[in-house]
Write a protein that binds this ligand. Structure first.
Ligand SMILES: [Zn+2]
Length: 123
């Protein structure tokens, strides 16, 4: 595990939880917005394309929530902060800015080159 101080761990844990709750809120808001704006009369036609729910957005948010859950588990198992590809340190600043980060910057840029669609989902 990367060498974090107690204080840094607390900050990272807080950042993870905050991000997680924010995402949860966003997903809930998106779901209730889609439900609220649904026109019952159009449901007959919209059966195969459910209302205007932004499923791509929700998919991304749920994916990030899963990553955050994993990170929160790692945090307890003291494996937190290590790059899943090279095993090196991800870095405190990077984790604080992006709590779901699972790779160091180097491996992340390699990963994004290898999987450009996944890293930059088209909007
Ligand atoms: Zn790495």
């Amino acid at each position: 595990m990367a060498n974090f101080t107690e204080d840094q761990l607390i900050q990272l844990k807080t950042a993870l939880e905050k991000r997680y709750l924010a995402l949860k809120d966003e997903v809930n808001n998106e779901l209730s917005r889609a439900r609220a704006t649904r026109d019952p009369e159009q449901d007959v036609y919209a059966d195969n394309s459910p209302d205007d729910l932004d499923t791509a957005l929700i998919d991304r948010q749920i994916n990030e929530m899963r990553e955050l859950e994993m990170s929160m588990e790692y945090l307890n198992e003291l494996e937190f902060g290590d790059c899943i590809d090279c095993g090196g340190e991800i870095g405190f600043e990077r984790l604080l800015a992006q709590p779901s980060a699972q790779r160091c910057i180097e491996c992340q840029s390699k990963y994004e080159k290898a999987f450009p669609q996944e890293a930059n989902p088209s909007l």
